[in-house]
Design a protein around this ligand. Structure first.
Ligand code: G3H
Ligand code: 13P
Ligand code: ZN
Length: 312
């Protein structure tokens, strides 16, 4: 199978009441871990690349790693997606460079400018057989070292979605309902709660339209503990409860973005091995354990959160 767009994936996910996992990739071990888990569980998968990932690992290395993963896992649909494209130019570069899906993140613009830039990307992408995700509303948290405070974040306004979708021609829409980027999503002592009322109102206004949730890591406490027990210092790391993500996956939410949980799994594995074996200096010794943790995280998400097992 070659790279696919998300069109068919989202249609089946919407009708089937499950979601597709979109996992961020930054190196070979992460690509291997995600696609091995998805391959073994017969699950469709989205591999997504941020601007930071392209800066770190280089566009060519990343696309070639994904090509290799497709050869190794021929039975599952794999989409390659640009995560948080900041402007038309980066979207164009990924469309021209072989991605099957791009996100234009115009959430930092006002409504009218967001429509304009999204429409421009959609026109170019669709002319090249590529699909587009856009964002309405503003998530809190950290992306590409830019921190959006909780005060500056804002929920998606349901009365804007119909106009946005019809004027832009976009294929999926990321919304803000209380998730946020990174490993520190909620204040300690508060009860994490997504705004399902907003989600359901949006669903009713654009029936059948695929919704995307960013900032959907759950921050597994077992990995936080391993990190902290082995020299790390992550205080008050809190994620989105998995039962709320499971509920979202049954709704119009067709794509759930997860990056931080992979980072935690990888770091926990590396820290544990390094701490237990101060004599180790072969990267394969610790990356093997880190990679196994990432694979376990992805398998868990597919089976227990997304519901995409067996849907390839
Ligand atoms: O949305 C943020 C993702 O976790 C990507 O993070 O920009 O540090 O690669 P990054
Ligand atoms: P997390 O930081 O919750 O993993 O979110 C990742 C994400 O939204 C990537 O776009
Ligand atoms: Zn995101």
């Amino acid at each position: 199978m070659s790279l696919v767009t998300t069109t068919e994936m989202f249609k089946k996910a919407y009708e089937g009441g499950y979601a597709i996992g979109a996992f961020n990739v930054n190196n070979m071990e992460i690509v291997q871990a995600i696609t091995e888990a998805a391959g073994e569980l017969n699950s469709p998968i989205i591999l997504q690349v941020s601007a930071g990932a392209r800066k770190y690992a280089n566009h060519t290395y990343l696309t070639k790693l994904v090509e290799a993963a497709i050869i190794e896992n021929p039975n599952i649909p794999i989409a390659l997606h640009l995560d948080h494209g900041a402007d038309f130019e980066i979207c164009k570069s990924c469309i021209d460079g072989g991605f099957s899906s791009v996100m234009i993140d115009g959430s930092h613009y006002d409504f009218k400018e967001n429509i304009e830039v999204t429409k421009k990307v959609v026109e170019y992408a669709h002319a090249h057989g590529v699909v587009v995700e856009a964002e309405l509303g503003k998530l809190a948290g950290i992306e590409d070292d830019v921190k959006v405070s909780a005060e500056d974040s804002s929920y998606t306004q349901p009365d804007e979605v119909e106009e946005f979708v019809s004027k832009t021609g976009v294929d999926s829409l990321a919304i803000a309902i209380g998730t946020s980027h990174g490993a520190f999503k909620f204040k300690p002592g508060t009860k994490p709660q997504l705004r399902f009322d907003i989600l359901h109102e949006i669903e009713q206004r654009i029936p059948g339209f695929p919704i995307v949730l960013h900032g959907a890591s759950s921050v597994p406490q077992e990995y936080v503990k391993i990190i902290n027990d082995n020299g790390g210092k992550l205080q008050d790391a809190i994620g989105v409860p998995e039962d709320q993500l499971r509920e979202a996956a049954r709704s119009a939410v067709c794509k759930i973005n997860i990056d931080s949980d992979l980072r935690l799994g990888l770091t926990a594995g590396i820290r544990e091995v390094m701490n237990q074996h101060p004599d180790y200096f072969d990267p394969r010794q610790y990356l093997t354990v880190g990679r196994a943790n990432v694979k376990a995280v992805v398998a868990h998400k597919i089976k227990e959160v997304l519901g995409s097992e067996g849907k390839a």
